[in-house]
Design a protein around this ligand. Structure first.
Ligand code: FRU
Length: 540
């Protein structure tokens, strides 16, 4: 491992080295959080013998890395143990359902159970003698049948799960039924099918309360107090789409709400580098927690030099917004244990064109929450409906026009002279009959290094003309910035690789490039301490 690691994170989950992708089978079991992940033990690139890495924690922040839970060993998984989920069966018996790439590189589903349920860390897992449990059905490509969800149990006692599938450019969420978890029957109709999306990777299906509470719901709950969320990672888009809707178990139908209309129609969990997410119900704190993989945006050569690739987001609590239309996401409260050295700014006016340093924290690892007071929105610049496109509004042309309300926000991982910075900002527009807000994480000046992917991530959302404030939180950690706009309504995860803004040379600023002033109603920033990652050398 190279000596200098400016991009290795301090408090995001990472294995000691090599390649990591999807989160797998997260669960809370008898006082311990388990986290499994797609891991290549041999290289910092995706490989042919993917295993399930395994780590445990008491707080989802500090981790102990264990030996791999499952590795390719049998004809049904010899070319890779791919993504899957855990279900906790009655009698407190966790069971893994994972995808194996078999000796013909066909994707099949397999089961594994803990060898010894009284081992607190469930270190060793045993593959089921009847594997493979499922092989690709007709109408599905043999290498497009993977990523089983956590199963849920209907009132008839039967288990149900979804498996992602593909046929050409069509993606499908296939539904299966079982009475004993070993013998599974396909349901004739898919839960969902989509055109031109490619593989329906890493589906997730779970209930959420409609009452506006942040509490989560166990995966099998189905009654009038919940709606359901179907999430898919569309391979062709490399983004996480989801639908909120109603699940009718008697007909095995999921009906997404279609009353959203307009450009907000597409719900995306995170507009940045965040993929293959998976949620679980945390019995300890009655919440649903979502993990997502944050992929590198540097080159393979960089990954080889770093000796590693891939991060996990800080686990996020998810719940249905009070409107009932979209999910809210917020970093789990445990991350706040790492906060140190608080700096606060209150009631400070940021005139148009001004910039203010937030000094006194380690800006390379920080947690920042800021609430801006907005000026009168009526003054916002006008755009017509044809321009209400986040890609256009974030383009060079628009960015160079001086704004009226915004851009304002944070410059994270900035060099002292600001030649390097990642700008996370809002900009408000008046459109016919509504106001829209652009939120952008702009990478264009994130590094002086060449050959990096520096496109920006952005989205627009409607805002209430009477809205007086807007909030932003950023979790900054050396090469990752997780941004949460509007208290978790909009999420954007960025991966950036500064060449100057490293360690003590990283700075944090608040800026306003709009003509109208905005007020920092309140800003709190903290240095973040390093999370602990221990390693268990031998399990025997
Ligand atoms: C998503 C994915 C999954 C698959 C896994 C293999 O990133 O392609 O569909 O199971 O990665 O590592």
């Amino acid at each position: 491992v190279p000596q200098k690691q400016p991009y290795r994170t301090w408090y995001h989950f990472q294995p000691p080295q090599n390649w990591m992708n999807d989160p797998n089978g997260p669960m809370y079991y008898k006082g311990v959080y388990h986290f499994f992940y797609q891991f290549n033990p041999y290289a910092p690139t995706f490989g042919r013998h993917m295993v399930w890495g395994h780590s445990v924690s008491y707080d989802l922040i500090n981790w102990i890395h264990l030996n791999h839970a499952i590795e390719p060993s049998e004809s049904y998984d010899i070319n890779g143990c791919y993504s899957g989920s855990i279900t906790i069966l009655p009698g407190e018996k966790p069971i893994i359902m994972y995808t194996g790439s078999d000796s013909n590189k066909h994707q099949v589903q397999n089961l594994a159970v803990p060898k010894n349920l009284s081992d607190t860390f469930l270190r060793e897992w045993e593959k089921h003698p009847q594997n493979p449990i499922l092989i690709p059905p007709s109408g599905v490509e043999v290498d497009g049948f993977r990523d089983p969800t956590t199963a849920w149990q209907g009132s008839d006692g039967k288990w149900r799960m979804i498996i992602g599938a593909k046929n050409g450019d069509e993606g499908k969420a296939l539904l299966y039924h079982s009475e004993d978890f070993v013998n599974w029957k396909p349901f004739p109709n898919p839960m969902y099918a989509s055109e031109n999306t490619g593989m329906f990777e890493c589906p997730d299906f779970f209930p959420v309360y409609i009452s506006g509470t942040k509490n989560g719901v166990d995966t099998s709950v189905q009654n009038s107090s919940v709606k359901h969320v179907l999430k898919t990672s569309y391979q062709n888009k490399q983004l996480e789409y989801y639908f909120v809707g109603d699940y009718f178990p008697d007909q095995e139908k999921f009906v997404p709400d279609d009353d959203l209309g307009g450009p907000n129609l597409t719900l995306i969990l995170d507009h940045g580098s965040f993929y293959a997410s998976k949620s679980f119900f945390d019995y300890a704190k009655n919440r649903r927690i979502l993990w997502g993989w944050s992929q590198e945006c540097d080159t393979t050569q960089d990954d080889n030099e770093k000796g590693w690739a891939g991060l996990q987001s800080i686990p996020r609590q998810v719940w249905l917004d009070a409107s009932g239309k979209m999910l809210m996401q917020w970093p789990i409260e445990e991350v706040e244990k790492l906060r140190d050295n608080q700096i606060s700014i209150k009631g400070e006016k940021l005139a148009g064109g001004s910039i203010l340093e937030v000094s006194g924290i380690t800006a390379s690892q920080a947690d920042v929450e800021v609430l801006f007071e907005l000026p009168e929105l009526e003054n916002a610049e006008f755009i017509d409906e044809s321009e209400v496109d986040p890609h256009l509004l974030c383009s060079e042309e628009y960015a160079s026009r001086s704004g009226i309300i915004g851009p304002f926000g944070l410059l994270a991982l900035a060099s002292e002279d600001q030649t390097e910075h990642t700008a996370i900002f809002f900009r408000i527009y008046r459109a016919p009959n509504r106001f829209v807000c652009l939120m952008c994480s702009d990478h264009r000046r994130s590094s002086l290094r060449q050959n990096l992917e520096k496109s920006s991530y952005r989205t627009i959302f409607d805002i209430d003309p009477k809205q007086k404030t807007i909030s932003l939180r950023c979790l900054i950690d050396r090469s990752i910035i997780e941004s949460f706009g509007e208290k978790g309504r909009i999420c954007i995860t960025s991966r950036v690789y500064p060449s100057l803004a490293i360690d003590k040379d990283a700075h944090l600023y608040v800026f306003n490039n709009g003509r109208q002033s905005v007020v920092i109603s309140e800003l709190n920033a903290w240095s973040m301490k390093q999370a602990e990652f221990g390693q268990e050398q031998s399990i025997k």
